[in-house]
Design a protein around this ligand. Structure first.
Ligand code: ATP
Length: 254
């Protein structure tokens, strides 16, 4: 069974035609990358898949149940979202924020258990933030905040990750560390579906790709079939030069 079944989905972008309805299955262990130029609808798609935005047409089925039949809490027990930008409205420490990932599993006034706190410590360690656990999130750098978002999703132990630019604000070392962490999540059976601006991260880490064009046209499939220079040049309206490093394609602007 697919973790996420996307059936004839048309995302709702005001003023834009329907384009191609999107149908695809995201399965356990798969690493999907969504590529497309600014404004193509990547974030809108991710929010629609998370049930945060209604589609214009079609439906999304999460682990066998249509999203519209699930409460937010039921969705959050299965699916984690890493947003592109995060607004932290309340002053909270790193640890308190990461523990939010356990809230879908707790009842209204239940306190986090020792196991929840253990999971949060593990998540902080996985993104090298252990030393910052008592800091207010508002005092963190952009990259540190991004890693807090990843750690929060990690404590949720989701069956699927929907990540919007998970490497946003990260330096090269932490980009690789976060992609390796998502890779590991997939190895452990989660599905990963992420929007990426960096074609080379997608080429290196994704086994499936979805190309989203600005007019709503789309195509998807195994990464090696999608990484066709002509298709990518049309996608980004940008000439590309392709090199090969360690057997993997590397794309640079021509
Ligand atoms: N509430 C809204 N009202 C009007 N237009 C909107 C609304 N939300 C999004 N859009 C438009 O929908 C289009 C798709 O936006 P979206 O953020 O999904 O694109 P994206 O592919 O994620 O872009 P980027 O690469 O810049 O992050 C954009 O043209 C955006 O301006």
């Amino acid at each position: 069974m697919a973790v996420l079944d996307i059936e004839h989905l048309v995302i709702d972008i005001p003023g834009r035609g329907d384009g191609d309805p999107l149908s695809l299955q995201v399965k356990s262990g798969q690493r999907w990358g969504v590529l497309g130029p600014n404004g193509a609808g990547k974030t809108t798609l991710l929010h629609t898949l998370a049930g945060l935005r209604a589609p214009r047409r079609g439906r999304v089925v999460l682990n066998g149940t249509p999203l519209t039949h699930l409460s937010r809490r039921e969705v959050a027990r299965q699916l984690a979202v890493v947003f592109q930008e995060r607004q932290d409205s309340f002053p909270a420490t790193v640890m308190e924020t990461v523990l939010i990932g356990r809230h879908p599993f707790l009842s209204a006034w239940q306190r986090e258990s020792a196991e929840d706190i253990h999971l949060a410590h593990e998540a902080l360690s996985a993104v090298s933030l252990t030393l910052l656990e008592d800091r207010l999130v508002s005092t963190l750098s952009g990259g540190e905040r991004q890693r807090v978002s990843i750690a929060t999703a990690l404590t949720q132990q989701p069956t699927i990750w929907l990540a919007d630019e998970p490497t946003n604000h990260l330096d090269l070392h932490h980009q690789v560390a976060v992609m390796a962490l998502l890779n590991q999540q997939a190895d452990n059976g989660a599905a990963v579906f992420m929007c990426l601006h960096d074609l080379n991260l997608a080429a290196r880490w994704c086994d499936h790709l979805l190309l989203l064009y600005p007019d709503g046209e789309c195509c998807s499939g195994p990464a090696e079939a999608m990484l066709v220079p002509e298709a990518l040049e049309r996608l980004y309206d940008q000439k590309l030069v392709v090199a090969h490093v360690n057997g993997a394609p590397v794309f640079v602007p021509g």
